[in-house]
Design a protein around this ligand. Structure first.
Ligand code: NI
Length: 175
């Protein structure tokens, strides 16, 4: 099985927007399979293509191992060209990111969303979700737009993150 390297903050391509997918070809199918392998290998709940340096609009997810596991979000589920159509409510909860290992912080997101996209065969899908799944969709679509969760926290918390990050890197260089 092939695994892809997950890019880590502050890799510049994590801040670039992705392009819509128009060709669903064999190469894309292979990349989707590698993304799924990488998702399970890294024990993440979701993985967006830009996190492996692929600037195309898609993500994979599987919430079957999550506390709030629901059968409709047990995967792997693949969403190409995802788009949020409706949002409702708000919820603040802890969030993490495979591209920012070891960092968890409270992020406010819409509580319920309706998302549309395409499955891997190119068929239109609509998924309604609340709580964790809704949070995951918003987090992955942010990746597709070149936005990381640290842009969704207060500037005070971001300053603390940046200071810690700099310190860690300094320590890595000296020791
Ligand atoms: Ni992430």
């Amino acid at each position: 099985m092939d695994f892809l390297d997950i890019l880590k903050y502050p890799e510049s391509s994590l801040f670039e927007p992705s392009k819509q997918i128009s060709d669903i070809d064999a190469a894309l199918q292979q990349q989707i399979d590698q993304m799924i392998n990488t998702l399970y290998f890294s024990r993440g709940l979701g993985l967006a293509a830009p996190q492996v340096g692929d600037l195309r609009s898609f993500f994979v997810y599987d919430l079957s191992q999550a506390d709030e596991a629901k059968v409709e979000h047990s995967g792997p589920i693949i969403v190409l060209n995802p788009e949020i159509l409706e949002t409702e409510g708000e919820e603040t909860a802890d969030e993490g990111c495979l591209s920012i290992p070891g960092y968890f912080e409270k992020v406010s997101r819409s509580y319920r969303v309706l998302m549309k996209g395409l499955d891997r065969e190119g068929k239109e899908i609509r998924i309604e979700a609340e709580g964790l799944a809704a949070r995951l969709f918003q987090h992955e679509i942010d990746h597709i737009n070149g936005v990381l969760m640290i842009s969704r926290i207060s500037s005070l918390k971001r300053d603390i993150f940046l200071r810690k990050f700099k310190k860690q890197n300094k320590n890595a260089e000296t020791g």
